[in-house]
Design a protein around this ligand. Structure first.
Ligand SMILES: NC(=O)c1ccc[n+]([C@@H]2O[C@H](COP(=O)([O-])OP(=O)(O)OC[C@H]3O[C@@H](n4cnc5c(N)ncnc54)[C@H](O)[C@@H]3O)[C@@H](O)[C@H]2O)c1
Length: 262
C-alpha cells in the first residue's frame, strides 16, 4: 500500500501498460485520474478496477497533445482530489513501418505532438502543482527504440529519444523542488500497440520466437512494466531521478550478435 491516499494521474490508461499500471496503483491504495482519448475503453478500465479495488477513480477523455485540455484536466484533478502526487506520462502512438524516404511530414508532426509535446504538457502543468508542496514523482514512458535503432522506425524512435532527453532536462529543472522525473524504456511487451506483431508471428507459427533475441529469451508483460513504474513512483526510489530504466529482458544490454545465443 505504498500509494495509500496518493493521487496519481495515468495517461494512456485505457489499455496495455497504462491500464496494468493503473491497476497496480489502485491495488496499492491510490486515487486515480485516468486519461485516454478512447472513452469506451476508459469506462471499461474503470469498471475492471472497481471490481477489485476501492480506489476513487475519475476519467478524463481527451488528446494529450491539446494544451487547453491538459490544463483543464490538471486543474480539475487538483480541485477534486486536492493534490497530485504521481504522474505516469504514458500515452503514445507508433508510426508505420516505412523507411525515411517514404515518410510524411504530417505523420511526423502527429507522432511528435503526442509522444513528445503531449508528454511535455503533462509535466508542465502537473509540476506546477507538485512545486507548491515540494514533492512529486513523474515517470515518462520512453522505449528501447529511444536508446537504439532497430526497435521502431524513425519518427517513433526519435520521439522516444526526445522523451529520454525531456526526462533528464525536467529532472534538472525540478530536482530542487523535490520532484523526481524518470523514464522507463520498455522492450517488446504484449499490448494492443504490438498486437499486429504478435498476431503475425502466431499466424506464421512463429509465436515461440517473439522476444527470443532478448537475454531472458521472452517478451514482457504489461504487469512487469507496471511494477517498475510503481517502484520509480514510490519512496523506494527516493534518491533516483533523471534516469531512463530499460524494462526489456536485457535486450539493450547486449550487442546481440548473430550466432552468440546459447
Ligand atoms: N508495447 C510495447 O512493446 C511498448 C514498448 C516500448 C514502449 N511502449 C510505449 O508504452 C506506452 C503505452 O503503450 P502500450 O503498449 O500500452 O499501447 P496501447 O496502444 O495498448 O495503449 C496506449 C494508450 O494510449 C492512448 N493514447 C494514444 N494516443 C493518445 C492521445 N493523443 N491522448 C490520449 N491517449 C492516447 C490509446 O488510446 C491507448 O489506450 C506508449 O508510450 C508506447 O510507445 C510500448
Amino acid at each position: 500500500m505504498r500509494f495509500k491516499n496518493k493521487v496519481v494521474i495515468v495517461t494512456g490508461a485505457a489499455s496495455g501498460i497504462g491500464f496494468a499500471t493503473s491497476m497496480r496503483f489502485a491495488e496499492e491504495g491510490a486515487h486515480l485520474a485516468l486519461v485516454d482519448k478512447d472513452s469506451d475503453q476508459l469506462e471499461n478500465a474503470k469498471k475492471i478496477i472497481a471490481k477489485t479495488c476501492q480506489s476513487n477513480v475519475s476519467l478524463f477523455c481527451f488528446d494529450i497533445s491539446k494544451e487547453e485540455d491538459v490544463k483543464k484536466c490538471v486543474n480539475d484533478v487538483k480541485a477534486n482530489f486536492g493534490d497530485i502526487d504521481v504522474l505516469f506520462n504514458n500515452a503514445g502512438i507508433l508510426d508505420e513501418l516505412e523507411t525515411i524516404d517514404a515518410q510524411k511530414l504530417d505523420r511526423w508532426n502527429e507522432i511528435l505532438s503526442i509522444n513528445v509535446i503531449g508528454t511535455m504538457l503533462l509535466i508542465k502543468y502537473c509540476s506546477k502543482v507538485m512545486m507548491e508542496k515540494g514533492d512529486g514523482a513523474i515517470i515518462n514512458t520512453a522505449s528501447v527504440a529511444g536508446i537504439r535503432a532497430g526497435a521502431g522506425t524513425n519518427a517513433y524512435s526519435s520521439s522516444k529519444a526526445a522523451v529520454i532527453s525531456l526526462t533528464q532536462t525536467a529532472a534538472c529543472d525540478l530536482g530542487s523542488y523535490g520532484i523526481r522525473v524518470n523514464a522507463i524504456c520498455p522492450g517488446l511487451i504484449e499490448t494492443e500497440m504490438t498486437r499486429p506483431v504478435f498476431d503475425y508471428a502466431r499466424e506464421k507459427g512463429k509465436g515461440h520466437k517473439l522476444g527470443s533475441r532478448c537475454e531472458l529469451r521472452r517478451y514482457g508483460r504489461a504487469e512487469e512494466v507496471a511494477s517498475v513504474v510503481a517502484f520509480l513512483a514510490s519512496s523506494d526510489a527516493s534518491y533516483v531521478t533523471g534516469q531512463a530504466l530499460a524494462v526489456d529482458g536485457g535486450n539493450t544490454a547486449s550487442l546481440n550478435l548473430p550466432g552468440m545465443k546459447f
